[in-house]
Design a protein around this ligand. Structure first.
Ligand code: CO
Length: 216
């Protein structure tokens, strides 16, 4: 029989460590969560949301999927956004992609990867939108990096166009949508400069950041 005793032992150590710092830690957290941020990131095991930004349990509401996609009809991500904005009243949505994203790489090839290719059509669509500009980048790594940035910018736009976010802005709720990319090789996050707090900012910010990503 193969067991996961080592993970359960890790958990025991972790819980003890948290209590050593603050004996009421779990009692407080069990009562309620009040995170200020929603994180939409990639499922990649090298991009652990809370750790990257130094937040504790209870401080970050998290949704992760392959290649941090915010699909218009994805009930999962839409429900997360709705709960975060309408119930938790979070103030910031962060879409954080990462360079070296396998999902983005796969989307740019014509291989057969099975079911996941359907999911990654979202990214293929983005590639087609900027095909001319992307094909003009001769360095493969650079092209991939630009594609990772464009993916984040497009997903930020998708967040802003959801009924949930539009209604929140309409009702005067304070909510800013951010676009970031994480670098696997040095652990740093690059801010792509999208900080959208109302519908009027969306189009100008979108154009500006797309242009910046493409021209480097
Ligand atoms: Co990824």
């Amino acid at each position: 029989m193969s067991t996961l005793e080592h993970l359960l032992k890790n958990n025991e150590g972790w819980a003890q460590h948290q209590c050593a710092d603050d004996p009421d830690f779990f009692t407080k957290i069990a009562r309620r969560q009040s995170p200020d941020y929603l994180w939409i990131g990639c499922s990649d095991s090298r991009v652990p949301a809370e750790d990257l930004v130094g937040l504790l349990p209870g401080e970050l509401f998290v949704h992760r999927n392959i290649a941090n996609i915010v699909g218009h009809t994805d009930l999962n991500v839409l429900s997360v956004i709705q709960f975060a904005v309408e119930v938790l009243k979070i103030q910031h949505v962060i879409v954080c992609g990462h360079y070296g994203c396998g999902g983005v790489k796969v989307a740019l090839k014509d291989d057969d990867n099975g079911l996941i290719d359907n999911w990654l059509l979202n990214i293929k669509d983005i590639y087609q939108r900027y095909e001319q500009e992307l094909d003009a980048i001769k360095d493969d790594d650079k092209r991939h990096e630009v594609m990772c940035e464009l993916n984040v910018i497009e997903q930020v736009r998708n967040v802003c166009r959801t009924t949930v976010v539009r209604n929140a802005w309409k009702s005067g709720q304070s909510l800013t949508v951010h676009g970031w990319v994480y670098k696997l090789n040095d652990g740093r996050i690059k801010n792509l400069g999208t900080e959208i707090s109302n519908p009027d900012e969306l189009d100008p910010c979108y154009r500006l950041t797309v242009n910046k990503a493409i021209t480097g």
